[in-house]
Design a binder for this molecule. Structure first.
Ligand code: KG4
Ligand code: ZN
Length: 341
């Protein structure tokens, strides 16, 4: 069998990433983050697009070099078509199209969300990981999405629950912002939470009947607590930061796990996977493992480096699409919204 060597490119938001995947194994995965957004408290689309343009060539060269692979060995180019910021997606898409055209190799478009939920299949040379069995349930939690998905095969999936307002990552980031923590706030809250009491404060949890989520009420409840307490003590946030983070994180994790348990009961599926940036959260990772022991689930946590945006996950998805001859032509354009999985 000939080797299938994929160059994968991810540029949907504020990370420029390139990876080389050979026969489903990660040979390299290079990520250039963008510090420039920190001072604005969120991603500035125009600045993100400009940084991608600066980063993309060096990042791809480094991915090739780290993998010890030359351009002529590449079988296909995979890229994120969406969802994401249009100006950011355009950089990766245009580069992928040009690269495929110049080498006369196939082009493979990838849905960023589909890639997040296949991150648990990523393995490196000399390693054999325990992979989820189909069908499995994936809790996909990122800065833009919160969904429960039934995954029947690598490329066959169905969303059975999702947020009706903010994503879990937004709940972390917006709450962090009101506490004065830098963007993105999720990792800062995670770190502070480790030192705090998760039962110190209590916030309202949403009452939603089906498998959908809501986080806007929690955000408001958090904001009101800070406002009321700060009126009495202007140093309230600084003095209670760890307890605030621990209590907020506990509440977000509880909201996520309650719905996941409900979905597992409803579907009878006990293979449980998580993916997306928020799946880096230590409270969520511990919570999933504990819920797995309690409910008899087999749980699969992606490696930390594959939770947030990365091109390796785009590469593994491209590899599965390559095997099914799912290629795109040169007329493909990015999609800021990508409804179907
Ligand atoms: O998947 P991702 O890198 O980008 C999107 O596709 O949105 O997710 C980014 C999100 C941000 O909201 C960030 O705060 C959150 O993931 N995040 C975390 C942690 N690491 C990243 N949230 C909580 N705890 C973490 N350790
Ligand atoms: Zn993402």
């Amino acid at each position: 069998m000939n080797d299938i060597t994929i160059l994968a490119i991810e540029s949907s938001c504020d990370d420029t990433s390139a990876a080389i995947i050979r026969n489903g194994i990660v040979l390299s995965n290079v990520i250039a983050g963008q510090k420039v957004h920190e001072e604005y408290g969120g991603v500035v689309p125009e600045l993100a697009s400009r940084s991608h343009q600066e980063n993309i060539v060096p990042v791809i060269n480094m991915a090739l070099k780290n993998a010890n692979v030359s351009k002529n060995e590449i079988s296909a180019v995979g890229f994120t078509r969406g969802p994401g910021l249009l100006g950011s997606l355009l950089v990766g898409t245009s580069f992928a199209k040009g690269f495929a055209l110049s080498l006369d190799i196939p082009l493979i478009e990838v849905n960023h969300l589909q890639a997040h939920l296949l991150a648990s299949f990523l393995e490196e040379e000399g390693e054999t990981i325990n992979k989820p069995k189909f069908p499995f349930l994936c809790l996909l939690v990122s800065g833009g999405h919160t969904q429960i998905i039934i995954v029947r095969d690598y490329l066959e999936m169905e969303i059975i629950g999702q947020t009706i307002d903010d994503a879990a990552g937004e709940a972390f980031d917006k709450s962090a912002k009101v506490m004065g923590l830098p963007y993105p706030g999720g990792p800062h809250i995670d770190r502070e939470a480790a030192k705090g009491n998760p039962l110190a404060f209590h916030f309202n949890k949403p009452q939603i009947q089906n498998l959908d989520f809501s986080f806007s009420g929690l955000k408001t409840s958090f904001l009101y607590l800070l406002r009321d307490k700060t009126l009495l003590n202007k140093n309230f946030v600084q003095e209670n930061i760890s307890d605030l983070c621990a209590s907020l994180q506990r509440t977000i994790v509880e909201i996520l796990l309650e719905k996941l348990e409900k979905a597992a009961k409803q579907t009878g599926i006990n293979q449980i996977v998580i993916g997306g940036g928020v799946s880096a959260n230590s409270g969520l990772r511990n919570g999933i493992v504990e819920a797995g022991i309690k409910n008899g689930w087999d749980t699969y946590l992606p490696k930390l480096k594959y939770t947030t945006d990365n091109a390796a996950m785009i590469g593994i998805t491209s590899y599965f699409k390559f095997q099914k001859n799912q290629f795109s032509d040169q007329s493909v354009s990015p999609l800021a919204r990508f409804k179907n999985l």
